[in-house]
Write a protein that binds this ligand. Structure first.
Ligand code: ADP
Length: 489
């Protein structure tokens, strides 16, 4: 049976979501309760706005600034008749409570804040105003008030606390409780469905994030092939795509670094091997010359010195080429481009190499177009390219061979230079790799004259001239190397 994976992200978000919904619920209940209570108090105050006035109109418990007890009792009697839940207070102009109803109640405060009472009396708009409840001063309540005046003289206030201690009238309580119940139930059902739908959505989203996270972890642990399957990731596809692209780039870079590292190791191994061989030869022959100084024949001595000389030449060539290639690869060589006639350069090099080629009875022929515009290039670097290609052509062409150099106009204001030989050719499997430094094709076993750097140098120089180095070759038939140079506009 497939074991269900624990999804911590899902649980974390769900718990937070649950608490948020619970907070929303509590806030909603609080607000509903507070405002429904306020609503009923306001309604109560509006309905009973003139209650205090009505009470006082029926019996005035004052005469000449004195409280008349029978009139006061009559007034309280009248209140009982109107609504036994009302709390009635007789207050002097400074707010002190002079008498109250129902009398059996114990007052907690003996005077009342007059500001709400004055506001109530003067407010024509009947705004909702709350005042003190002397039986429960912690809560402000709806009230009705009226002032007692005689000859423009203020004697007292009648202050009626509506919905007093006994609470709201039954109808209000019933209505409030119904309203609140409807509100709580609607809220409960809404919150429940929001929670369930929320969980489903959170589950879908976190499942996708968890998948991506899982693949990231695999990648982190070294599995460079780990990628998110974009077909199963839904709305998180953009994130998955970014990760996949990032992983591709990282993997490519790692592979490139590995390649460079391998090449570096290979290079060090090859260089040390190739340096060691001529050095060993030089040392060996010099030691022989030292030890057998007297007994050595003149002819042998000459041969030994020749060998030492050739080995030191090879050593010098190898060191020079390595140095040159390193500088090219480090971009330390900046081509000094200038206009020159390529056919003239090729002609000069051809003549020089004809003498060298003659030692192997190889013929060098040039086919130079005379109508070419000057090319724009670094003359000494291009000379180096042609020399390296000709060195190879002579090296890999047997005696009595044939080499041709051609310059001709080609597309887009470029000149095409081709060097063709009828030598040993290059096996197909090696054709791409011979441009890498230190690579030598298997067909050539005489490594005395070879450094494996000539083509790498030529290719680098042509890179700096925005040109490639093309090769066509057939084994035992010959090879042609082609490059193109831009002409002056
Ligand atoms: P090197 O000539 O010193 O070995 P290069 O980088 O110039 O180094 O050449 C790399 C390899 O390419 C050679 O070792 C040889 O195998 C092959 N090669 C280059 N030019 C030719 C050519 N004209 N004919 C046959 N093989 C060639």
């Amino acid at each position: 049976m497939k074991q269900k994976k624990f999804n911590p992200l899902f649980w974390k978000i769900s718990v937070v979501f649950f608490f948020l919904l619970a907070i929303v619920g509590v806030v909603h209940v609080y607000i509903s309760y507070k405002y429904s209570t306020e609503y009923f108090q306001e309604v109560d105050q509006r309905l009973n706005h003139d209650t205090a006035k009505n009470i006082i109109e029926n019996s005035t418990p004052f005469y000449n600034g004195e409280v008349i007890k029978p009139a006061l009792n009559e007034m309280f009697h009248h209140v009982r008749a109107i609504n036994p839940n009302l709390e009635v207070y007789l207050i002097d102009p400074k707010g002190k409570i002079l008498a109250w109803y129902p009398p059996e109640k114990n007052l907690v405060i003996s005077s009342i804040n007059l500001k709400p009472i004055k506001d109530f009396i003067t407010d024509k708009n009947k705004n909702f105003i709350k005042g003190d409840d002397p039986l429960n001063p912690a809560i402000q309540k709806a009230f009705s008030a009226h002032q007692l005046t005689m000859n423009n003289m203020l004697y007292a206030y009648i202050y009626v606390v509506l919905n007093g201690e006994k609470g709201k009238p039954e109808t209000d309580t019933l209505f409030t409780s119904y309203l609140l119940q409807i509100s709580y139930r609607t809220m409960g059902v809404t919150l429940f469905f929001t929670f369930v739908i929320g969980l489903l959505i959170i589950n879908t989203i976190t499942k996708n994030y968890t998948k991506i996270l899982h693949v990231m972890q695999q990648f982190k642990q070294g599995d460079l092939t780990a990628r998110v399957d974009l077909n199963t990731i839904g709305s998180e596809k953009p994130l998955a795509e970014i990760f996949n692209e990032m992983a591709d780039i990282l993997t490519n870079n790692i592979n490139k670094l590995k390649e460079v590292e391998n090449l570096r190791r290979e290079l060090i191994a090859n260089v040390s091997h190739d340096l060691r061989t001529p050095i060993a030869i030089i040392r060996g022959y010099l030691e022989t010359l030292q030890i057998k100084e007297e007994s050595i024949s003149v002819e042998d001595r000459k041969n030994y010195i020749d060998t030492v000389s050739k080995s030191s030449e090879k050593l010098e060539k190898l060191v020079n080429e390595l140095f040159e290639l390193s500088k090219l690869e480090a971009n330390q060589i900046k081509p000094l481009k200038e206009p020159f006639i390529i056919s003239e350069l090729v002609n000069d090099i051809g003549t020089k190499y004809s003498f060298i080629a003659k030692t192997k009875s190889i013929t060098i022929e040039t086919f130079l177009s005379k109508e070419l515009a000057p090319v724009f290039a670094d003359i000494s670097l291009i000379e180096r390219v042609i020399q390296n290609l000709l060195d190879n052509a002579i090296k890999f062409t047997p005696e009595n061979g044939y080499i041709s150099i051609t310059t001709e106009k080609c597309y887009n204001n470029h000149v095409k230079i081709s060097i063709t030989d009828n030598g040993i050719g290059i096996p197909e499997k090696d054709r791409e790799r011979i441009f890498a430094r230190y690579y030598r094709a298997n067909n050539y076993t005489d490594l005395k004259n070879s450094t494996g750097l000539g083509l790498a140098i030529a290719k680098k120089i042509l890179d700096l001239h925005d040109s490639g180095l093309e090769l066509t070759s057939a084994e035992n038939t010959g090879s042609t190397f082609i490059f193109r140079l831009k002409c002056v506009q």
